[in-house]
Design a protein around this ligand. Structure first.
Ligand code: ADP
Ligand code: ZN
Length: 525
């Protein structure tokens, strides 16, 4: 490779100012651009919003040859082409549903050297011998956006991306820039291997998003928890991610009932409806969007103040990417997850349906990491950054674990109360009912079943209803009790409950993680 000349460096800086109107590079941009200009393969790892696109757009102008950009997100591709054209840059996009004539016209102008950037979807890339023919184009280099899609180790594997492996074999001197916002070490290595990179420059920007506060909260009564949270944030922009379309509709209905300015977004809706929601959100006409993971790709909204995960996402990459949509403007933002270990069952169900056994194993490995993140008693940010192989040995001071460290207490007595109450109530009732009995509730059901006659009636008055739900949830989580799904989630004791009831073992429980305004109510005996 050539070392970058001062000519290249000053041309990059001049163009940064004259065309893009920026006075300085963001961290990493200059090194990456100089490397690609000198012909070196480059792997760019930068979090969302750090300025990855400029890394290939600017060199295209300086090198005065065509840059081919492979991008899987058509809406994002269109946005970029539009804004480049508005700046007077000659850019075009090729993807499936562009009319044949228009495609030929775009290719013709590319051949003639009339284009500076050509975006191509992976589907289009594998069609019609595109790769075999790219040597006819006056190419500077190829940029592979969302490069983790080439790897099975990544979280969004796309088989069409595999075709990019041929590029280096056929054109060993054509430099490639691979860019991604989410790749663990295994994925990074796999990208380099699959693209056949030769001595690449690796730029790994910090994945830390210090302005985002990560918080997990036990999921007791999710709808109420969510409403309380939103009511404290009226007028702010936020996204609520749910694990299914049905859940989105259910949550959204609830928000409507409470006059929260919200809309729902998932792949089951008509494209026009989806675009409408996206536009209104972008223009601050809708405050809250309740969505599946389908929402977010291609959204470029900087003032999203919070992202709520109503259900656990299936891997840390998705969690990081989705929470990363908060606080792009650098101002304080929040990521809240309502956490219930039972969500694991739902996600394990999805994974069981993955056909390829190798893929299935990778996904279950990633799900385990997600679950470990949720259960962690150490700083959330440390766990996240370490997951992305960015050593972080200091607690951040801006996550729930740092701000409100989990407290353990001797929970044997509470466990015994709850377990014997389950037993006395004939193992046919839900956690809510058990909590009512423990707290000595006088509600109709308790009376009707004569549960006010049980020896465990009213022995748990020292704790709130939600605290008992937390105790019971932890007992479920530890396998002392299970929920009989065929009986409305009735609680049933397991063998493991015996030694606890007989005082034969100790048991530590965690003080529930609930956002409380009055902290005193959380003090336990
Ligand atoms: P990414 O692809 O990494 O998510 P983008 O390329 O969309 O990020 O860039 C995010 C925002 O930062 C864009 O609005 C872009 O114009 C802006 N940006 C990029 N580089 C710079 C820079 N050197 N100075 C100022 N703003 C920049
Ligand atoms: Zn922390």
């Amino acid at each position: 490779h050539h070392t970058p000349t001062t000519d290249t460096s000053s041309a990059l800086l001049r163009t940064l100012e004259s065309v893009f109107g920026y006075s300085e590079f963001r961290p990493g941009q200059q090194a990456v651009m100089e490397a690609i200009c000198s012909g070196r393969d480059t792997l760019v790892l930068m979090p969302t919003g750090a300025g990855k696109s400029l890394c290939y757009q600017l060199p295209a102008l300086v090198m005065k040859r065509l840059v081919l950009v492979i991008s899987p997100l058509i809406s994002l591709m269109k946005d970029q082409v539009d804004s480049l054209q508005n700046m007077g840059i000659k850019a075009a996009a090729l993807y499936g549903d562009i009319p044949r004539e228009e495609q030929s016209e775009i290719l013709r102008s590319a051949h003639q050297g009339e284009l500076e950037l050509l975006y191509v979807s992976p589907e289009r890339l594998v069609r019609g011998h595109f790769i075999e023919r790219i040597e006819d184009l006056p190419l500077a280099f190829i940029a592979v956006d969302e490069a983790h899609c080439i790897s099975q180790w990544g979280h969004d594997f796309r088989p069409d991306y595999a075709a990019l492996g041929q590029v280096k074999e056929q054109y060993p001197h054509l430099p490639i820039m691979a860019l991604t916002a989410t790749a663990d070490a295994a994925t990074q290595r796999d990208i380099v291997r699959r693209l056949n990179f030769d001595n690449p420059l690796l730029h790994a920007g910090s994945f830390d998003r210090p302005n985002i506060r990560y918080t997990l909260e036990d999921k007791y009564r999710p709808l109420k928890q969510l409403l309380d949270y939103l009511n404290e944030r009226r007028g702010q922009s936020g996204i609520i991610y749910c694990g299914s379309r049905a859940r989105c509709e259910q949550v959204s209905e609830k928000l409507r009932q409470h006059q929260i300015n919200s809309a729902v977004y998932h792949a089951g809706l008509e494209p026009t409806v989806r675009h409408g929601v996206q536009d209104k959100f972008q223009r601050d006409e809708v405050e809250v969007v309740v969505a599946t993971v389908a929402f977010g790709m291609g959204i470029n909204k900087s003032n999203v103040r919070f992202v709520v995960h109503y259900d656990m996402p299936k891997n840390i990459e998705s969690y990081y990417q989705e929470t990363g949509r908060a606080g792009r403007d650098g101002l304080p933002a929040e990521a809240l997850m309502l956490h219930d270990p039972a969500d694991m069952q739902r996600l394990l169900g999805f994974i069981a349906n993955v056909e390829n056994p190798e893929q299935r194993q990778i996904e279950s490995h990633k799900l385990n990491a997600m679950s470990a993140f949720c259960e962690a008693l150490t700083c959330r940010r440390q766990v996240l950054l370490n997951y992305f192989d960015e050593p972080a040995n200091q607690a951040c001071g801006n996550c729930d674990v740092c701000l409100n460290p989990p407290q353990l207490y001797d929970g044997l007595t509470d466990a015994q109360m709850a377990l014997s109450c389950v037993f006395r109530a004939d193992q046919r009732h839900t956690a809510h009912h058990i909590a009512d009995v423990l707290r000595g509730s006088e509600n109709e059901k308790v009376k009707r079943l004569a549960h006010d006659q049980l020896s465990t009636y009213g022995i748990g008055k020292h704790q709130s209803h939600d605290q008992w739900l937390s105790v019971i949830r932890q007992l479920i989580h530890r396998g002392l009790v299970r929920q009989d799904i065929t009986h409305h989630g009735a609680l049933v004791l397991t063998e493991a409950a015996r030694p606890v009831l007989r005082n034969e073992q100790t048991l530590e429980l965690a003080v529930p993680r609930v956002r409380v305004k009055d902290k005193r109510s959380l003090q336990l005996g």
